[in-house]
Design a binder for this molecule. Structure first.
Ligand code: NI
Length: 141
């Protein structure tokens, strides 16, 4: 039998409510199983990002709450610190509370990953999606 540990976590009521709706739609019998799958997905995504190597071009799309204090300033600072990696940034005022930014990047995959991790870990950032391409289209067959 697999070793199990029991943990206790605190979640905002709204977030838990949405999670419960999703797992009910997907037919999960228990919250625990759904959380285990979500954690596995999280780990797989992390490992995929960390396996990237070499020169890459891509986009980092982020959605954040522009009311979060100091967040916009912090995101701008992070982008300035990585000015050599960032080709352009597109900003869209998504709705009343949220902004969406598409950051075009080109450079070393490790640095693109570090930038993505840094943006993801900021409080108030709701979603981050990284897309990477191989410049020149030299994808190994
Ligand atoms: Ni905006």
């Amino acid at each position: 039998m697999v070793d199990m540990d029991r943990i206790s976590i605190s979640l905002p009521t709204k977030l838990l409510g949405e999670f419960d709706e999703v797992i009910s739609e997907r037919g999960y019998a228990s919250r625990s199983e759904a959380i285990r799958d979500a954690i596995r997905d999280y780990i797989i995504k992390h490992k995929w990002i960390h396996s990237l190597e070499g020169e890459r071009a891509g986009t980092i799309t982020i959605i954040y709450d522009h009311h979060a204090s100091e967040l916009m300033k912090r995101l701008t600072e992070i982008q300035h610190e990585n000015g050599d990696l960032i080709v352009a940034t597109l900003h869209m005022h998504l709705d009343h509370d949220h902004c969406m930014e598409v950051v075009l990047v080109k450079g070393d995959a490790k640095r693109i990953r570090e930038l993505t991790d840094k943006l993801t870990s900021q409080k108030g950032v709701k979603q981050v999606k990284l897309t990477v391409m191989v410049p020149g289209g030299n994808i190994p067959e």
